[in-house]
Design a protein around this ligand. Structure first.
Ligand SMILES: [Zn+2]
Ligand SMILES: [Zn+2]
Length: 183
């Protein structure tokens, strides 16, 4: 709703940018102008904003990359939760809680490797990237039902329980014992 400050009977106006004569409803309110209406029509403003955004894109991208580098774990937490939800899982953990779990996790509890994220500002995981694993896959993702493994262990364990994973590793060990430990 445009409340005209002076020319209450102003019905049309010429846009300063496109030069078209347009109904007053095509302009936004601007109290800096005498007639209380902006000099440019809504469409011209929209186009100008889009051009400004496009020209500013490299700078905005650099800013968001820098933010990701400075907030690796928070970015990771937000991505993990998004992926879990996209996969149809219910998550009862906040980004703050998950960020803290990532911050506190120093070593993989299975293989003992020092956890370290990809530090190029991208989310693509590397072998040592910390990643969340549900302890009990039947239960929802809560702060008590999650632990942080290295990406390699997590992608090997998948949705096995720890007992199932143990049995799997034991099977592999027994099968290849003679080959790798000598007869
Ligand atoms: Zn215009
Ligand atoms: Zn590991």
């Amino acid at each position: 709703m445009i409340r005209l400050r002076r020319s209450a009977n102003l019905k049309i106006k010429i846009c300063k940018t496109c030069g078209k004569t347009l109904p007053i409803t095509e302009f936004t309110e601007d109290t800096r102008n005498k007639d209380g209406v902006g000099a440019n029509c809504k469409l011209c403003i929209k186009i100008a904003n889009a051009i400004r955004y496009k020209n500013d894109k490299p700078r905005l991208n650099a800013l968001s990359k820098q933010w990701r580098l400075n907030n690796i774990n928070r970015h990771k937490a937000s991505q993990s939760l998004k992926n879990h939800r996209l996969n149809g899982n219910i998550t009862e953990i906040t980004i703050d809680e998950l960020t803290k779990l990532y911050d506190d996790a120093k070593y993989c509890p299975i293989c003992g490797v020092k956890l370290k994220s990809n530090d190029n500002g991208k989310t693509h995981p590397i072998r040592t990237s910390p990643s969340i694993d549900r302890i009990d896959n039947e239960k929802t993702l809560t702060v008590n039902n999650v632990w942080i493994l290295c990406h390699k262990c997590n992608s090997t364990k998948l949705d096995r329980t720890m007992k199932e994973f143990y049995d799997y590793c034991k099977g592999v060990t027994e099968k290849f014992k003679s080959e790798f430990e000598g007869a």
